[in-house]
Structures are given as structure tokens and as C-alpha cells.
Design a protein around this ligand. Structure first.
Ligand SMILES: [Zn+2]
Length: 293
């Protein structure tokens, strides 16, 4: 069954309107006579109020719709007309995209290399150069290794790539934690957890342990620095990060482990200690600065 507003059943709405606001005589006469108001509605005999047939106003929405249609039409025109058709009317000649490119003739000649007739290795007479005898290695005695032979280191480097970030210097200090020393035996670098820790010079690993007590994961390397026995100690590294073993020869810059916070430590940092054959700690930061700037 249709529920169209134009069908008979839809006429109820206009009738309800006529009950509340009675219309003048001709319409209400018959309704009053027959049923007296409400009951006239189902009979369909009362005359529905006709909606005024007013022309629809032009609204801003209509304007937008018209604009959109105009734009769409414009697009249709632009996309359906080839670009060349537009430039075809230009006064000045326009290069046609289909015009073949006339390239200059290219002759690819192979390159020729003619070596000089006297070119070649030049042999030096034995008396033309001198061989310096290598300095004798330092023989160091290490409890766990026995005698360690240390050749002179070729290079010295910082133990971390960015040595500018430091926290605690060498010497007397206020203990940063309960149980921390009031005299700092080393220097603290704070390049961030996980930063590679490198040997400051060529040498031999004489200690590599994850159980270094307050020093946590700790590596010690002995070096021959210009004939002097120097030991560097790298503390608080991450568990599982040890990259060397006792007795291993390492070169300057070789990775030993990663910056961590094991042992007596309040945060990730590299605690670097340095000492000579007498075992007395000295300021590694000053020592490195003096050699590296
Ligand atoms: Zn420290």
C-alpha cells in the first residue's frame, strides 16, 4: 500500500490543521453539519487546506550546485581538449612534443693511456734507507697470565667516541652514593648507556670479568706507552657486553664492551682508571688530553 504524501492516507495531516484552526464558511459548513468536527476527518469530506504553490526560492546551496556544475563542465572541457590544440593558435611557433630530436653525431673513441717508457718500480739501494730497530717490548708479570710481552703502542685514542660528556673528575669528591669512595680513583665518561667502550691504546687484556665487585663488569688492558708500562681499567660496563678475553692482544680503538651501570654505580657511565707499574692511580683525563688535545 502506498504511503505517498500524495495519496489519500496522507491527507490526514492537512485535516488535523483544519480542526485546530477552522477555515472560513464554505469549507467548514459541510463538516459541521455532518459530524461536528473530529469525526469528519476519517470521512474525508472536509476539504484539506491546499498548500500554496509558491515557487521555490533560490538558495545559496543552489548557487554552490550551479558553481560545481560549471566547474565540472570546465574540467570536462580542459581534460577533453588536447594540450596541443590550445597552443596551436599561438603566434610564436611552439615546439611540438612529438617533434623528433636531432642529436649531433657522437663518436665514442676509446681512451688511450700511454705509459712513459721509464715508468715502473724504482729499486732503492740498501744504503739508501735505514731500518730503525724496534724498541724492546716490556715484559710484564700478571698473576693470571704469567709474563706478558707488551710492544709499544702505535696510537692513543679516547675510550668513547664523544669524550666531552663527563660527570665526575679525578680526585677528592663528595661520595655520590653510600659506599662510594670520597676519593675518585678514575674519571667518569657519560656518553650514554650502550655506547662502545674502546681500548685507549694497543695492549694486552689482563683482566676481563663480569664480577669485578664495585667495578662491576670490568676490563683491564696493559700498554707499552713509549717504553712505560701503563694499565687502563674500564668499569661498570653492561653484563654480556664483554668483547675480549684475558690474554687477548687489542689495538687502540678496539671495542672492549658497552657503557653500563654494573657494580657500585648510580647510572650508566664509563669509569676509567689509569695507573703505572707502581699501581698508583693518576688522572686519566689529564693524561689523555695531554696527548689528544
Ligand atoms: Zn667513576
Amino acid at each position: 500500500m502506498s504511503t505517498s504524501p500524495h495519496g489519500r492516507r496522507a491527507a490526514a495531516r492537512p485535516r488535523a490543521l483544519t480542526l485546530r484552526t477552522p477555515t472560513p464558511a464554505p469549507a467548514s459548513d459541510s463538516a459541521r453539519r455532518s459530524t461536528g468536527g473530529r469525526r469528519a476527518a476519517p470521512s474525508g469530506r472536509s476539504r484539506p487546506v491546499a498548500r500554496p504553490a509558491v515557487a521555490r526560492r533560490f538558495t545559496p546551496r543552489d548557487g554552490l550546485a550551479a558553481l560545481a556544475m560549471t566547474f565540472a563542465g570546465g574540467l570536462l572541457f580542459v581534460t577533453s581538449v588536447p594540450a596541443l590544440a590550445i597552443t596551436a593558435t599561438a603566434e610564436a611557433p611552439v615546439n611540438n612534443v612529438y617533434e623528433p630530436v636531432v642529436a649531433d653525431e657522437i663518436v665514442a673513441a676509446p681512451q688511450q693511456l700511454e705509459p712513459a717508457a721509464d715508468a715502473g718500480p724504482v729499486a732503492l739501494a740498501p744504503e739508501a734507507y735505514a731500518v730503525e730497530a724496534a724498541p724492546p717490548p716490556i715484559q710484564s708479570s700478571v698473576a693470571s697470565l704469567g709474563t706478558v710481552s707488551l710492544v709499544k703502542s702505535d696510537a692513543i685514542v679516547w675510550p668513547v667516541v664523544d669524550p666531552s660528556r663527563t660527570s665526575s673528575g679525578f680526585g677528592p669528591r663528595e661520595a655520590p652514593c653510600a659506599g662510594c669512595s670520597t676519593n675518585h680513583d678514575g674519571v667518569d665518561f657519560t656518553p650514554g648507556a650502550g655506547t662502545p667502550v674502546m681500548s685507549i691504546a694497543d695492549g694486552v687484556v689482563v683482566l676481563a670479568t663480569e664480577n669485578g665487585g664495585g667495578l662491576g663488569v670490568n676490563v683491564e688492558v696493559q700498554h707499552n706507552i713509549d717504553g712505560e708500562l701503563i694499565t687502563s681499567s674500564y668499569a661498570h660496563m653492561q653484563y654480556g657486553s664483554l668483547a675480549v678475553t684475558v690474554g687477548q692482544q687489542v689495538t687502540a680503538g678496539q671495542q672492549l664492551g658497552l657503557v653500563g651501570s654494573t657494580g657500585q654505580s648510580t647510572g650508566p657511565h664509563l669509569h676509567l682508571e689509569m695507573f703505572g707499574a707502581d699501581g698508583v692511580r693518576f688522572d686519566g683525563m689529564a693524561w689523555l688530553h695531554a696527548r689528544l688535545g
